[in-house]
Design a protein around this ligand. Sequence first.
Ligand code: GLN
Length: 520
Amino acid sequence: MDMKSGLFGERVIVIDFGGQYNQLVARRVRECNVYCEIYSYKTDIGQIKEMAPKGIILTGGPNSCYEENAPTYAKELFELGIPVLGLCYGAQLMMHILGGRVEKAPVKEYGKTEVSVDSDSPLFADVSAKTICWMSHNDYISQTAPGFQVIAHTADCPVAAAQHTDKNLYAIQFHPEVLHTMEGTKMIYNFVRGVCGCAGTWRMDSFVEETVNRIRERVGGGKVLLALSGGVDSSVAAGLLSRAIGNQLTCVFVDHGLLRKNEGDEVEAVFGTNGDFDLNFIRVNAQERYYAKLAGVTDPEAKRKIIGEEFIRVFEEEAKKIGAVDFLAQGTIYPDVVESGLGGESAVIKSHHNVGGLPDFVDFKEIIEPLRDLFKDEVRKAGLELGIPENLVFRQPFPGPGLGIRIIGEVTAEKVRIVQDADAIYREEIAKAGLDRSVGQYFAALTNMRSVGVMGDERTYDYAVALRAVNTVDFMTAEAAEIPFAVLQTVMSRIINEVRGVNRVFYDLTSKPPGTIEFE
Ligand code: GLN
């Protein structure tokens, strides 16, 4: 979907130089109620001008701007009369292009650092004179470009920020977008609402309304097909499309038998014939097919592959019954675009199970991705706006291959039952303890280990369940959550008492890295 034209009113453009925190920059801007989009540094300046942004932000990046093939940008960008804020690499590049000097820093800075700022600068309005900021750089600005005035420094960094107020150019060496920068959100607010003069009228309800209108316009009388997984993203995409075009939308929901307990029925209750949404809902109960294909397979990658391929097969069969459609809809959200290396300059992290494979097997003309510019929490807000029930909107993140990768080793119907029941108990107790919104992600997995126990004076030889709970920081890392011991004990005793086949429960303390959140 083309969201690039002016329907969202005022906007700020982020130019991506491959930094790690670029998504966060866009997100912070939207938190100031200003619409924001990210474009590659390869985007032509003509295109940027056409969008008439109220402000431009240049992100950080891994390169050194003085190196020969380092990413750069047309000097004209700084002469458009549009305020520009450079962050880290972006700040260095601004100085480099405008005649300042950037070189290897005598002292690199990494992590939380005390910065002294000039509170008279519009960028630092209401910011404390000494404030903690997140630094991550090897190079530094050794000399500002002509006309710039230094407005912040640290013990090791003489130019932690600089400004050219006449031209509305601002450069910050640290990362205000990262939450470790205590007053970073305020600085971004000062830039977009203060310097750029954005009114801050963008809201999620306007996103829903605008998107619904755009979908109507684009789809016309056409037919749309969506693979509904029951996850937050595809559910919200279904909600949006249903509101826009009603039963021109057909949703195919494949129950692969690797969903959480009762999940298939919950999805059907919301989107099926008895639910509140106007659409065609097709549920395919493919459990037996999946279990048959997975029998005897233990290698995690092989399992993922089988699950992915079988999904395509099932979907393809359904798509054939439906016949040609005009659009294939996908619930791709912004982090997927970034992780797949489709949108940004950052490295490819993983390819997406439900995104990559489908298009080849469905007879359609165009792809429609109504959530492509949103972050997870924004997708959730849109979901609530659309009237999708809270239990679905705040559902735990769930991998495409489902419980298939939370069961270590071979997947069987019996093991699925065990992990579903254990997981349901765990989730129930976490909710009872009031932790369901504060803990990032939590689930039960089934280890491939059996051990000896004693129950009712009899020897048992049963499986061990692993409980995982993590809090993620800035999407990059995760730490084991501190679930109160009493809660864990209740979960442990309920699982052992209520779930046949389990006689031991572990709590996973591993952080990411070195671990991953999922087990396989
Ligand atoms: N690569 C540049 C440096 O090391 C910029 C780093 C960044 O943008 N985080 O200083």
